[in-house]
Design a binder for this molecule. Structure first.
Ligand SMILES: Nc1ncnc2c1ncn2[C@@H]1O[C@H](COP(=O)(O)OP(=O)(O)OP(=O)(O)O)[C@@H](O)[C@H]1O
Length: 259
């Protein structure tokens, strides 16, 4: 799905946190969003996903204007953001949570009425799909554990699993490996690599780790003080003076020395 923002802006009192950002994101492309702390990256995500209402500007998905839509309406329209755990059911197991998400994603396309055979076979299909997803995030061995009892890294992996289960057109990841250990992070990066291979998906990634950005991004956009200051092919954007200075903190004279 094609996602676009037009003049997207939000003010908090006198502070403009996102300032007239116009940008579009195409299927089959992973765009990394980088910028210094406080640049407006998470706020931009919140405006796209509907957690925050814009002061001005629009968000469209395949040309459909979602600016007035709630966060859950945007999710239904195909915008997928890695969920916070408040969206999970803490007293259900890992498998039950993922199965519910798979079911939510399929509802509408699988209506069989009250036929016990189809209810049973649906249940089996949903469980199989949920188990596949748990396998992909290396959590199959935890499927019977209660979500509330999971350590932090597993909870983060489960957020990604939930997003996979919902199978949106647009995937939005906000520092997906933050707080993960050395064994957990590669699992998530691998999943994002696989998603990239599915050319129908549009992927947005807010990420501070430049090695991850270099490897995964097809394109980088840079936010600085809420404004879009660079947009393009990764090598060119990383090499640009504005990124060297504003993001990597290298002063212009040091850039000359480094060159
Ligand atoms: N709800 C809010 N009320 C007031 N100011 C806010 C609010 N949310 C964000 N801001 C401000 O907007 C600016 C952008 O914040 P944001 O969290 O989007 O930056 P970021 O680029 O994601 O930073 P980081 O890399 O540290 O996560 C900051 O100055 C922040 O203090």
């Amino acid at each position: 799905m094609k996602l676009a923002t037009q003049d997207l802006t939000i003010r908090f009192g006198g502070h403009v946190a996102v300032n007239g950002v116009t940008c579009s994101f195409e299927p089959g492309t992973l765009t990394a969003i980088v910028g210094p702390n406080g640049a407006g990256k998470t706020t931009y995500f919140n405006l796209i996903s509907g957690q925050l209402k814009a002061s001005a500007g629009t968000v469209t998905l395949d040309g459909r204007d979602l600016s007035g839509a709630s966060a859950s309406q945007r999710t239904r329209a195909g915008l997928g953001r890695a969920f916070q755990l408040t969206n999970l059911f803490p007293r259900l197991t890992v498998l039950e949570n993922i199965r519910l998400a798979v079911q939510a994603a399929r509802s509408g396309s699988h209506r069989h009425g009250l036929n016990l055979w189809s209810v049973w076979s649906d249940h089996r299909d949903l469980t199989e799909r949920a188990e596949e997803i748990l396998e992909a995030v290396a959590m199959k061995d935890k499927e019977d554990e209660l979500v509330a009892s999971l350590p932090h890294g597993d909870q983060r992996k489960l957020e990604v699993a939930l997003l996979m289960a919902l199978d949106p057109g647009v995937f939005m990841f906000d520092e997906p490996t933050a707080g993960m250990n050395a064994a957990e992070a590669p699992v998530i990066l691998n999943l994002i690599r696989k998603l990239k291979a599915d050319k129908s998906k549009t992927i947005l990634l807010v990420e501070h780790k430049m090695d991850v950005v270099r490897e995964l991004a097809d394109r980088i956009i840079v936010l600085h003080n809420g404004t879009l200051v660079a947009d393009g092919e990764p090598a060119a954007v990383i090499a640009s003076p504005i990124v060297q200075e504003a993001y990597l903190g290298i002063a212009p004279e040091k850039q000359k020395e480094a060159a």
